[in-house]
Ligand binder design. Structure first.
Ligand SMILES: C[S@@+](CC[C@H](N)C(=O)[O-])C[C@H]1O[C@@H](n2cnc3c(N)ncnc32)[C@H](O)[C@@H]1O
Length: 206
């Protein structure tokens, strides 16, 4: 890992929501510069490109754990502009709001059931959220619930948690249980300068 102290604090999180809020409150203002220029954070653009190639330009997208809005910006560059964002951190959402690429932004905890009706969205995307001490694989089921049947769900899963947190088993079980279909899982760059990779999961809601 590089020497950015906020990245170290983020990787040391343990699922305690107050600690997560504190890290991202401290990081919000410098997050884009630290991650894009500092770490070579390419995952938002890679995931957004994958999603944009699977939906119509007017599709309604849920960006789960949108942070400062890097994914919303990338989706907009790819021509997809109807995007709602959710995140635990008010400070990260404030930065996202300044970019004017989201239709709605709201505070929400992805580890609890989302206050969203079933079949609301045409697709969901979540980048940088399924990682150490943030959100675990059990949150995928609720993303599958809030998108329409057959809708794409694009997730990055950090390489450090892919096996350790049993993502292959969760996804296989969800597929066997009829909750989603696994379209493709590919290895992809994540933080290029830090040398981290991720699994880019291309799923389809059942
Ligand atoms: C590494 S950032 C990724 C943000 C953005 N998706 C990106 O790619 O730049 C992780 C984000 O997950 C959010 N997060 C962590 N735990 C969460 C939870 N339980 N519910 C909702 N958001 C959460 C954090 O607040 C932070 O904005």
């Amino acid at each position: 890992m590089g020497d950015n102290p906020l990245l170290k604090r983020a990787y040391a999180l343990d699922g305690d929501l107050d600690k997560t809020r504190n890290v991202y409150a401290d990081w919000a203002k410098s997050y884009d510069k630290d991650t894009i220029a500092g770490m070579g954070y390419v995952a938002p653009d890679i995931a957004a490109a994958a999603l944009a190639s699977r939906v119509a330009d007017d599709a309604l997208i849920l960006d789960a754990g949108c942070g400062t809005g890097l994914v919303g910006e990338a989706l907009s560059r790819h021509g997809v502009t109807a995007i709602d964002g959710l995140d635990l951190s008010e400070e990260m959402l404030q930065v996202a709001a300044e970019k004017s690429v989201y239709r709605n932004l709201a505070v929400a905890d992805l580890t609890a059931p989302l206050p969203i009706a079933p079949d609301t969205y045409d697709a969901a995307i979540s980048v940088g959220v399924f990682t150490s001490g943030h959100v675990g694989p059990d949150a995928i089921a609720d993303l599958a619930r809030v998108v329409k049947p057959g809708a794409p769900i694009v997730l990055t899963v950090h390489e450090n948690v892919w096996e350790a947190d049993l993502y292959p088993e969760y996804l296989s079980d969800m597929e066997a249980g009829g909750q989603l279909r696994i379209d493709e899982v590919v290895e992809a760059p994540y933080h290029e300068k830090e040398g981290y990779r991720c699994r880019l999961c291309l799923l389809l809601a059942a």
